[in-house]
Design a protein around this ligand. Structure first.
Ligand SMILES: NC(=O)C1=CN([C@@H]2O[C@H](COP(=O)(O)OP(=O)(O)OC[C@H]3O[C@@H](n4cnc5c(N)ncnc54)[C@H](OP(=O)(O)O)[C@@H]3O)[C@@H](O)[C@H]2O)C=CC1
Ligand SMILES: Cc1cn([C@H]2C[C@H](O)[C@@H](COP(=O)(O)OP(=O)(O)O[C@H]3O[C@@H](C)C(=O)[C@@H](O)[C@H]3O)O2)c(=O)[nH]c1=O
Length: 294
């Protein structure tokens, strides 16, 4: 099976290069044709979608996996056009070409498509209502795939972290080394999910073949607040010697940490559908964090 991976330098993209390799050839595409780990690959700037269709046509993969996205949640409030070009128009262009060539398309979306007013895990049938530009642009990407007529799978995930790239784990390790005290929001609840888990699950799904088109939820199991996540990071980082000492962590309300974009208060995703359809077991988020740091 030959895969074409857009966004190969991102957190999920880098993990996909490893996870998809046992299934066959993996053709990587990045913005500038360079891989962060070294080496050249295909190049396409998704903000200017002209090269997308021609690249898919030239590579003729058995599956396209789009891990590229505009993920700067706060900055998106000032750059809505760019966020929509990358998160909605580029996946739409991929879907058009995939539909024309009968190639299945795997794409990722976010818990931030929900408004966070729920009190039980969101299912795929629940209504979306994003609070900010990033979530709106990601929802527009989901709709574009739904309407394309392509065979597709949108994997909605959440709170992605890893040892590569920009994420909350890396921010906490950096700030934890610099400061004696960190103030962390304790009233936003979700499911921290490592990039390797998303990539592994994608490979297990592709190994079986897409069983149906649609949106499915994919996160680590269980739930916690950003404060819980930070507390678990500090505990494991000190135990493993990554941090010399544990900074004091202060739980705060969202109102005490103002940001340009509003974020959902509760965005836990119900993954039962995906687990049943593909027979996947997903680890609890604290176990997944421990495995990542180990
Ligand atoms: N991060 C998170 O917490 C979450 C992410 N998701 C979704 O998961 C998917 C993967 O996210 P993640 O791996 O964290 O994202 P990253 O931000 O780590 O990576 C995104 C990649 O997209 C690339 N990209 C951005 N703009 C362009 C462009 N104009 N042309 C070409 N490439 C571009 C970036 O390239 P470059 O390196 O050159 O900037 C980067 O490598 C996305 O769909 C995201 O929305 C869902 C929930 C949570
Ligand atoms: C750095 C920091 C953040 N926070 C808060 C701000 C915010 O509410 C929360 C998370 O902050 P971040 O900006 O790191 O995370 P954020 O960019 O909101 O993360 C999101 O990214 C996009 C791409 C997604 O799709 C989401 O699933 C989610 O992972 O933590 C603190 O309370 N204290 C701190 O010191």
């Amino acid at each position: 099976m030959k895969s074409l991976v857009f966004g190969a330098n991102g957190q999920v993209g880098q993990a996909l290069l490893h996870s998809l390799a046992p299934l066959g050839a993996v053709v990587a595409a990045t913005r500038d044709g360079e891989l962060v780990g070294g080496g050249r690959c295909e190049s396409v700037d998704l903000a200017n979608g002209t090269g997308i269709g021609s690249l898919i046509e030239r590579v003729r993969p058995d599956v396209v996996v789009n891990a590229a996205a505009y993920t700067a949640v706060d900055k998106a409030e000032q750059e809505p056009d760019l966020a929509f070009r990358i998160n909605a128009e580029a996946p739409a262009a991929m879907a058009r070409e995939c539909q024309r060539l009968s190639i299945p398309l795997v794409h990722y979306s976010t818990d931030y498509v929900f408004d966070g007013r729920g009190h039980r895990p969101y299912t795929e049938a629940d209504d979306t209502d994003p609070l900010g530009v990033y979530g709106e642009s990601k929802r527009a990407g989901e709709v574009a795939l739904e309407e394309s007529g392509a065979r597709y799978l949108v994997l909605r995930t959440a709170w992605v972290y890893g040892l590569h790239g920009h994420n909350f784990l890396k921010t906490m390790l950096r700030l934890g080394a610099e400061r004696d005290e960190l103030r962390i929001v304790a009233d936003q609840v979700g499911s921290p999910t490592p990039a390797w888990l998303i990539a592994d699950a994608t490979a297990r799904i592709l190994d079986q073949g897409l069983k149906s088109s649609g949106v499915r939820h994919l996160t680590a199991q269980g739930q916690g607040s950003w404060f819980d996540f930070a507390s678990a990071i500090m505990e494991l980082a000190v135990a493993s010697g990554r941090l010399a000492r544990r900074p004091a962590l202060v739980p705060i309300a969202t109102s005490e940490y103002p940001t340009p974009a509003h974020r959902p208060a509760y965005s836990v995703l119900d993954t039962a559908g995906l687990r049943a359809e593909y027979g996947l077991e997903l680890p609890e988020w604290r176990q997944a964090l421990a495995a990542t740091l180990a």
